[in-house]
Design a protein around this ligand. Structure first.
Ligand code: GLC
Length: 636
């Protein structure tokens, strides 16, 4: 791959396209109101694995049940655990609920259980914090935390893993005898499964009766198989069925009709009260309530070697991003084996708390952005009477443009949340509320401008602005061969019903090529130019593409470049073709937020399955010995 033309500047689409369908609102049942309005919670991964300081999956690293119990769990002694400290940390950070692991995949119970089958391998002790370790027999840290949460007004909730690597009913998955438990556990028999489920229900009843959690957060439900399933027919490690999930949900609702639970009683089947997105924010609003659980670094359970903590700004951006797409944000801490919270987590939570002290009214009770696209500078949230513009990139020209709202949303005043008495000047014209903002950024971590209006903010449909432009050369070409050669540029606009669909074409270097009003590029000399199409509707949206002008036929992209087809990809697959190398080339496909969806290697040609790629724009990148090419791909 030649470096000169390998690196293609592709259309810079800083806007996110949200599908019309997903904007349909859903009804929140009354019992869920507190959860929906909270928007921000604390996740706590704390278990006997915390002692080992290698994350919560440590048992998976080749431990037998016996070795793990005697070498790890028995040494766990969280003498410094302080429920009050943790509850106050959550409260101070602005978190309104807290979910702690009662039992993770390792099977170790953090509360004193009375259910006898959850026992040590030598069957002499219950496998829990009180009986199996040297920890103070008089203490119950789950109760301590529950009481502390009640005292500060943070809702107390519990995590429970359906899969249990320790329970006598469950063995290592076939084929994974040496290398750990690997994702699954295998049930020893159909009756073992029935007994385990009965005991699991007994434990859950115990947790509900003793600690009254506001919600149960399930996990480890993936030992499943979709559809009807009879024990052992296909694979004995696929033992948890949708029917089991439904049965568990009904059982729990029977115990406490107000108890909420996540979808992971059996995930991706519409069960529970909300969908879970693990580690990444959904790209757009969902058809039902949802929550992202997220780590502050790269680990859930305490990992002493993981220091990759996110910045305060990144955490706040994630929080706002969730709320602006109507999701909750559950941010994790992993206390150390002695029960103390890592300093980096405390620092991060305090910093988020500082931001929340000024800006939490734009989070609590706030819902999704009223607009179909997200601005280049930030995000929106809203509630009745207020539109919040969360500005993460402060305008350098003193002007913030917010799309016009519907005519019933009379603007009453506009101000910054960190200075509610200074009113900002604005002019609502030609589809935008043009707000004059101070030159200096009010808060580098994220500033919030409040547009105080009558009623619930709704986007005006009077002006349909361009939200994205993509630029390509006709026939997918990216080069022009020979001086005097031409290439017709093509622009694709979103939405297609934009009020003003015209664009202005420009090139970065008119000595290399010129461009006509209609987008015809004419080559003047060898080199490269960036072609830009800028929307004429004042939306600040543009699309870019780099064109190479070559003097020899070797630059013909038909033989020397990456081909990505069909584009738009509308049948669930896309082909990558790279003709002039027999090298093993690595590829990746990422969305506009940089989240990688697919990656791998190929030589000459490969077909990618786009089943997990929602409709939208993606970047396809190939790399070969340090050189790379990038293409934009529209998935329909
Ligand atoms: C994954 C991990 C688990 C963690 C969970 C949080 O399922 O297996 O360890 O608790 O993510 O959602």
């Amino acid at each position: 791959m030649k470096k000169s033309h390998a690196y293609l500047v592709v259309t810079l689409l800083l806007t996110m396209l949200l599908s019309q369908n997903a904007m349909a609102q859903y009804t929140i049942p009354a019992k869920m109101n507190w959860w929906y309005e909270s928007r921000f919670g604390m996740f706590i991964h704390f278990g006997s694995y915390s002692y080992l300081a290698k994350g919560e999956w440590a048992m998976n690293n080749g431990y037998s049940k016996n070795d793990y119990q005697t070498q790890v769990s028995s040494k766990f002694n969280p003498v410094k655990f302080n429920g009050g400290t943790i509850a106050r940390l959550a409260k101070n950070a602005g978190m309104r609920y807290l979910v702690i692991t009662a039992k993770h995949h390792e099977g170790f119970c953090m509360w004193p259980t009375a259910v006898k089958s959850f026992k040590s391998i030598d069957t002499t002790k219950l496998y829990d914090l009180r009986e199996y370790t040297a920890f103070d027999k008089k203490r119950d840290i789950i109760k301590e935390l529950k009481d502390s949460c009640d005292a500060v007004g943070v809702k107390f909730c519990l995590y429970y893993s359906i899969l249990d690597w320790n329970h006598p009913s469950q063995l290592r998955s076939p084929g994974n005898d040496k290398n750990g438990w690997y994702t699954y556990s295998t049930l020893t028999s159909a009756s073992a499964k029935a007994n385990y489920i009965a005991d699991m229900k007994a434990q859950l009843k115990e947790l509900i009766d003793n600690y009254h959690p506001a919600l149960l957060w399930f996990d480890g439900d993936w030992t499943y198989q979709y559809g009807d399933y009879t024990y052992g027919v296909t694979s004995p490690d696929k033992w948890w069925t949708k029917a089991d999930g439904v049965d568990l949900q009904n059982y729990l609702r029977g115990l406490d009709p107000n108890l909420l639970m996540n979808e992971r009683v059996f995930r991706s089947a519409g069960l529970g009260d909300w969908d879970c997105s693990e580690g990444s924010t959904l790209g757009s609003p969902n058809s039902r309530p949802w929550e992202t659980c997220q780590t502050m670094n790269e680990s859930w359970g305490y990992n002493s070697t993981d220091n990759k903590y996110k910045t305060t700004k990144a955490l706040i951006l994630e929080l706002v991003q969730n709320v602006s797409r109507d999701g909750n944000y559950l941010l994790n801490i992993g206390p150390k084996g002695d029960g103390t919270v890592p300093t980096q987590s405390i620092t991060a939570l305090n910093a988020v708390g500082d931001w929340m002290k000024t800006n939490s009214s734009s989070i609590y009770g706030a819902t999704r952005s009223p607009f179909l696209s997200e601005p280049t500078w930030g995000l929106y949230t809203k509630k009745s009477g207020k539109l919040f513009a969360h500005v993460f990139t402060w305008p350098t020209n003193g002007l913030l443009k917010v799309p016009t709202l519907t005519s019933t949303n009379t603007i009453r005043k506009i101000y910054l949340l960190n200075d509610t008495t200074t009113l900002l000047n604005y002019k609502d014209s030609l589809g935008y509320i043009r707000i004059s903002v101070p030159a200096n950024v009010p808060n580098p971590t994220g500033s919030v401008v409040v547009i105080d209006v009558a009623g619930l903010p709704k986007a005006s449909t009077q002006y349909s602005k361009i939200t994205a432009i993509s630029v390509t050369g006709q026939g997918g070409l990216t080069t022009i061969t020979g001086v005097g050669g031409t290439l017709q540029m093509v622009r694709t606009l979103t939405p297609t019903n934009a009020t003003n669909k015209t664009v202005t074409w420009t090139v970065s270097d008119t000595t290399v090529a010129t461009i006509s009003i209609s987008g015809l590029v004419t080559a003047k000399k060898a080199g490269s130019v960036t072609v830009t199409a800028t929307a004429n509707d004042d939306s600040d949206i543009f699309g870019k593409m780099q064109i190479i002008v070559g003097t020899s036929a070797t630059l013909n992209p038909q033989t020397s470049s990456l081909k990505v087809y069909p584009n738009p990809a509308n049948n669930g697959t896309v082909h990558l073709q790279y003709d002039n190398s027999s090298d093993l080339i690595s590829y990746s496909l990422a969305d506009l937020m940089g989240r990688e969806k697919l990656k791998g290697t190929f030589t000459n040609h490969t077909t990618l399955n786009l089943a997990n790629c929602k409709q939208g724009i993606y970047m396809v990148k190939i790399e070969n010995k340090g050189d790379r090419e990038v293409r934009k791909l529209l998935v329909n």
